[in-house]
Ligand binder design. Structure first.
Ligand SMILES: Cc1cc2nc3c(=O)[nH]c(=O)nc-3n(C[C@H](O)[C@H](O)[C@H](O)COP(=O)(O)OP(=O)(O)OC[C@H]3O[C@@H](n4cnc5c(N)ncnc54)[C@H](O)[C@@H]3O)c2cc1C
Length: 246
C-alpha cells in the first residue's frame, strides 16, 4: 500500500521524530511504499492566501480563498508546493498524521498544510462530504503525543476526552473529506514516562503498524442517521462519543 506520513515537529531527535522514523522503517520492511512530508524540513509555508495560485484571480476585487481554490483546481493553476502535496495525497491509500498536540490541536504548520492542501475542488465540493467525500476509499490515522497523562484525557479528565480533542481532525478534516479513520495512536506525555515508558510506546506503535487492517475504525454516523436538517433523527442514539442527544 502507498502510505503518506505528514509529519510536523521542528526537532528531528524528538519523540515524534522517533515515531516517524519507526513508521518509515516498519512499513517499508513490510513492503509498503512510504512517502514523508516533513513539513518543518521542507519549510512548508502554512499561510493560505493569494500566493496559492499562479493564474488569473477569479475576482481581483475580492479575494475568496474557497473560490480561488475551486478555480485553480479546475484550471491546474494551484501553486507548485500545494500541487506536490496533492499528488502525494492522491497516491496514498493510508495517510498518517504525526504531530504533538499543541494547544489542543494541530501545530500551526500542519493546520496550514490542511488549509492549503485540502482545497475546495480537491478535498471537498458541494454534496461531496462525509459518506460521499472526495477521499472515499482512503484511510487515515492520527499518531500523536501529549504533554499530560492519559488520565487527564479520560472522558472525566481535566483536559477532556482525547477523542473530543481530536474531533476537529478526525471528523472536521478527515471524515469530512471521506477518509475511513482508524483509531488514533496516542503516546501520552513521552517526556515524563521515563525510558521504559518510551520503549513501551515505541513497541506498541510498531505492533499497531503491523495490525493496520485489524485496527478498529472510529464510528461516524452514516448519512441515513440524519434528517434533512443534518441533525440526528429522533430516536437515533448518538454514538460518535462527541455528539449527544438533546
Ligand atoms: C506550543 C505548545 C503547545 C502545547 N499544547 C499542549 C496541549 O494543548 N496539550 C498537551 O497535552 N500538551 C501540550 N504541549 C506539550 C506537547 O504536546 C508535548 O511536549 C509533546 O507532545 C511531546 O512530544 P515531543 O515529540 O515533543 O517530545 P520530546 O520532548 O521531543 O521527547 C520526549 C522524550 O523522548 C525522548 N526520545 C526521543 N527519541 C527517542 C527514542 N528514539 N527512543 C526513546 N526516547 C526518545 C527525548 O529525548 C525526550 O526525553 C504543548 C507544547 C507546546 C510547545
Amino acid at each position: 500500500m502507498n502510505v503518506l506520513i505528514v509529519y510536523a515537529h521542528p526537532e528531528p531527535k524528538s519523540f515524534n521524530g522517533a515515531m516517524k522514523d519507526l513508521a518509515i522503517e516498519t512499513l517499508t520492511a513490510a513492503g509498503h511504499d512510504v512517502v514523508v512530508s516533513d513539513l518543518y524540513a521542507m519549510g512548508f509555508n502554512p499561510v493560505a492566501g493569494p500566493d496559492d495560485f499562479v493564474g488569473e484571480a477569479s475576482n481581483p476585487e475580492f479575494f475568496s480563498l474557497a473560490t480561488e481554490q475551486t478555480k485553480a483546481c479546475e484550471d491546474g493553476t494551484i501553486a507548485p508546493d500545494i500541487a506536490a502535496e496533492m499528488e502525494k495525497l492522491k497516491r496514498a491509500d493510508l495517510v498518517i498524521f504525526q504531530f504533538p498536540v499543541w494547544w489542543f490541536g494541530l501545530p500551526a504548520i500542519l493546520k496550514g498544510w490542511a488549509d492549503r492542501v485540502f482545497a475546495r475542488g480537491f478535498a471537498y465540493m458541494p454534496g461531496k462530504k462525509y459518506d460521499t467525500g472526495m477521499f472515499n476509499g482512503k484511510r487515515a490515522m492520527v499518531v500523536t503525543t501529549t504533554g499530560t497523562s492519559a488520565d487527564t484525557y479520560a472522558p472525566d479528565g481535566i483536559d477532556g476526552d482525547i477523542l473530543t480533542v481530536l474531533w476537529p481532525v478526525h471528523n472536521g478534516l478527515l471524515r469530512y473529506s471521506g477518509f475511513e479513520v482508524l483509531k488514533p495512536f496516542v503516546a501520552y506525555m513521552p517526556g515524563r514516562v521515563g525510558a521504559d515508558g518510551r520503549k513501551t510506546y515505541l513497541d506498541s506503535y510498531k505492533k499497531r503498524l503491523g495490525e493496520l487492517e485489524a485496527t478498529p475504525r472510529l464510528f461516524f454516523h452514516p448519512r441515513e442517521d440524519y434528517g434533512t436538517d443534518e441533525r440526528l433523527k429522533p430516536g437515533v442514539l448518538a454514538r460518535s462519543g462527541v455528539q449527544r442527544n438533546v
